[in-house]
Design a binder for this molecule. Structure first.
Ligand SMILES: Nc1ncnc2c1ncn2[C@@H]1O[C@H](COP(=O)(O)OP(=O)(O)OP(=O)(O)O)[C@@H](O)[C@H]1O
Ligand SMILES: Nc1ccn([C@H]2C[C@H](O)[C@@H](COP(=O)(O)O)O2)c(=O)n1
Ligand SMILES: [Mg+2]
Length: 237
């Protein structure tokens, strides 16, 4: 597991320490649960995490491209929507609330989603994470920074015309409760109002990579590939 580390040795890079030390919620916040499980033994991760947020409207092709990124670059794929759907299916305490929120095309409270992501990160063997469909709102973004204590290295934005997104979602045929015209319209409104400000935030921070999400899946991936290929040459990935 990504959390399984034998000692407190110096495997965390100095740049990472500098980055996290500047925050109130440092790396330790991600490892708090781990430390508790280990009954007081602090267990730092072996490698600096490399975090990619994958953003874009409903049906823009985030999940489709994540599969290709996983195959090519070996990331762990954490889809916020899939984690929430898993909560519904498991009939957990939050399941009914999550189902109603998704049916309405709205956004689940950030703490619920971030805790699910945190758990998956802690359980993972990988240190490279694709976090798909997150952060959808400024509240999501701030909550991740507060609870996990790290910022993304890369933010991908799949930029797709609304007409194309609607067509793709209506053809998806996976039995999703939100793949109907009424909910899609609401999701598009939420995307414009709440998600675009997050995308603008990362653009201003110089972390945003915008992908023109039209054309075939392979054509789109040829825009994605060089982004990670460039990072692969750096020691951080
Ligand atoms: N380039 C493409 N051209 C045509 N169809 C595509 C393309 N990429 C993905 N699709 C199809 O469009 C649908 C939506 O794609 P996908 O599920 O990857 O989108 P998403 O961004 O993850 O959407 P959501 O936010 O709703 O989960 C799927 O049925 C997928 O097979
Ligand atoms: N950060 C997130 C991600 C997803 N949800 C909810 C609301 C979305 O409409 C739904 C489906 O997500 P998708 O599979 O399209 O990424 O899940 C959320 O509330 N917060
Ligand atoms: Mg998806």
């Amino acid at each position: 597991m990504w959390r399984r580390v034998a000692s407190l040795s110096s495997s965390i890079s100095s740049s990472f320490l500098a980055q996290t030390a500047s925050r109130l919620n440092t790396w330790e916040s991600l490892t708090t649960g781990i430390a508790q499980q280990a009954k007081g033994v602090i267990a730092p991760k072996e490698k600096t995490p490399f975090i990619t947020f994958v953003l874009g409207g409903p049906g823009s092709g985030k999940g489709t491209q994540c599969i290709k990124i996983v195959e090519t670059f070996g990331f762990a794929h954490l889809s916020a929507g899939d984690l929430l759907r898993r909560e519904i299916a498991s009939k957990s305490a939050d399941g009914a609330m999550i189902l109603n929120t998704i049916k309405e095309g709205k956004i689940v409270p950030s703490q619920v989603t971030v805790k699910l992501i945190q758990k998956e990160m802690e359980l993972s063997d990988n240190h490279k994470f694709l976090i798909d469909g997150f952060p959808r709102t400024e509240e999501n973004r701030v909550s991740f920074e507060q609870i996990i204590g790290v910022e993304p290295n890369v933010v991908l934005f799949f930029d797709c015309p609304e007409e194309e997104m609607v067509k793709r979602v209506l053809n998806r045929n996976e039995g999703r409760v939100d793949d109907n015209l009424e909910t899609i319209k609401k999701r598009l409104t939420v995307f414009q109002a709440l998600s675009l400000p997050v995308i603008n935030y990362y653009s201003e921070k110089g972390k945003l990579y915008t992908i023109k999400a039209i054309g075939t899946e392979d054509e789109i991936f040829e825009q994605v590939r060089p982004i990670f290929a460039a990072f692969e040459k750096r020691p951080s990935l």
